[in-house]
Design a protein around this ligand. Structure first.
Ligand code: DSN
Length: 422
């Protein structure tokens, strides 16, 4: 529903772009697995008058006056986050997932210290040590990999060997393009052997952990988890750091985020995080999380039947990484552009040890978190996957592509984006 009345009156150019985006979201199938549709309540909190307020510091210990209500919302967000993820401490101030990761590194490490993370082409994230990021000028990153990209099994022997040799201070799990559940106990075992912190970046699967559809790494002894709040968790854009039980670590993290890395927190976003965490605590969210997994499986099945190679052989989570170049001779970029034309949005993605470059890689990455929010069940998700395959296999058949576009439009009309989930 349009709520841009004041923008319309005051700034027609921005208004036109907002309207265009609203229509794009309403009429297309969103399969980027890190995107979602938030509730109206989350949006209201996110655009609330809390954007007017400066609140450097933490509840009860701020640098400016007038903090009665900011303290209330930040405490609500922290308490709900702790309850959701079963931990003792939460810092809800990171403006983004990248800030959460960078703030954490500075909290736990000294310059020159080492982090052991997943090889980036096997699913890791930029902030896990990509050479283009500034953190690689400060910390040393060493790598483990999958043993076999067709099963997804992590090479834990290699991980242990590298850990013993390099003595990392952090053993890092959690990825943006890896679809399998991890052997968390193994990570913790290796981290303990070398005296490192076991850290998990749960950004992609935070909603699945909160909704109890996937395991919680804290149950296996992980020390800290970082996350975004806007992916499967279905909240506002933002980040968060959770500490299982060490008060000393939690204090270091607080200091690192403010004043170490950031200035004033975005209190409007923190209010929206509180609303999102409230939604995630509801029984309906558990149903949502469970349905994401079923819907992803339904899509996996269609790709398997179509003989399209999926990295790791399939998925245990909300995302699928398919080797369209290897299977169909179509690059990831070509597939992304083609599917965009029929109303399906997803992203091109590198696959493990990709021989093609990152701007035109071999793979596509997609998943059902957003369409599940829209009410799609297994039947509809399977149909979307069939339409994807049909489009890719008939990329030059204009008539067929136009029929697919029409079917997508009709599906979107049948499943409007909901405004409330409780
Ligand atoms: N850009 C995010 C994703 O799509 O996975 C990661 O930060």
């Amino acid at each position: 529903m349009n709520d841009h009345g004041f923008v319309k009156k005051q700034d027609p150019e921005v208004y036109a772009a907002l309207e265009g985006e609203e229509k794009r979201q309403a009429e297309g199938i969103e399969l980027i697995p890190s995107e979602n549709y938030v509730s109206r309540a989350v949006r209201e909190a996110n655009s609330s008058i809390l954007t007017n307020k400066y609140s450097e510091g933490y509840p009860g210990k701020r640098y400016y006056g007038g903090q009665t209500y900011t303290d209330i919302v930040e405490n609500l967000a922290r308490d709900r986050a702790k309850q959701l993820f079963n931990c003792k401490y939460a810092n809800v101030q990171p403006h983004a997932g990248a800030n959460a990761n960078i703030g954490l590194y500075f909290a736990l490490l000294e310059p020159g210290d080492t982090i052991l993370g997943m090889d980036l082409s096997h699913g890791g994230h930029l902030t896990h040590g990509h050479p283009v990021t500034y953190i690689t000028k400060i910390f040393k990153f060493v790598r483990y990999k999958m043993k076999n990209a067709d099963t997804g099994e992590i090479d834990y022997d290699e991980m242990r060997e590298v850990a013993k040799k390099e003595k990392p201070k952090i053993v890092l799990a959690g990825y943006s393009a890896y679809p399998r559940e991890l052997n968390y106990a193994k990570f913790v075992e290796i981290a303990r052997e070398v005296g490192a912190f076991a850290v998990m970046d749960i950004a992609h699967i935070a909603g699945l952990i909160a909704g109890r559809a996937m395991k919680n790494p804290f149950d296996f002894g992980f020390d800290v988890m970082t996350t975004t709040t806007h992916k499967t968790l279905r909240g506002p854009r933002g980040g968060m750091i959770l500490t299982r039980e060490s008060e000393e670590v939690a204090k270091k993290i607080d200091k690192s985020i403010f004043p170490g890395l950031q200035g004033g927190p975005l209190m409007n976003a923190i209010a929206a995080k509180a609303v999102c965490f409230g939604e995630a605590l509801s029984p309906k969210f558990k149903e949502y999380a469970a349905l994401i997994l079923k819907n992803a499986k339904a899509m996996e099945e269609v790709f398997r039947k179509a003989n399209i190679r999926m990295l790791t052989g399939g998925t245990d989570s909300h995302l699928i990484l398919a080797d369209v170049f290897g299977s169909l001779g179509m690059s990831g970029k070509e597939a992304e552009t083609l599917l965009d034309e029929v109303g399906i949005t997803l992203n091109k993605n590198s696959i493990a040890d990709d021989t093609r470059g990152p701007m035109d890689p071999s793979g596509i990455r997609f998943g059902p978190p957003a369409i599940t929010t829209r009410g799609f069940k297994e039947k509809e998700c399977a149909r979307v996957a069939e339409l994807m395959v049909e489009a890719m296999k008939n990329k030059d058949d204009k008539k067929k592509l136009s029929a697919i576009r029409e079917e997508i439009r009709a599906m979107c009309k049948k499943f409007p984006i909901p405004e409330s989930f409780v």
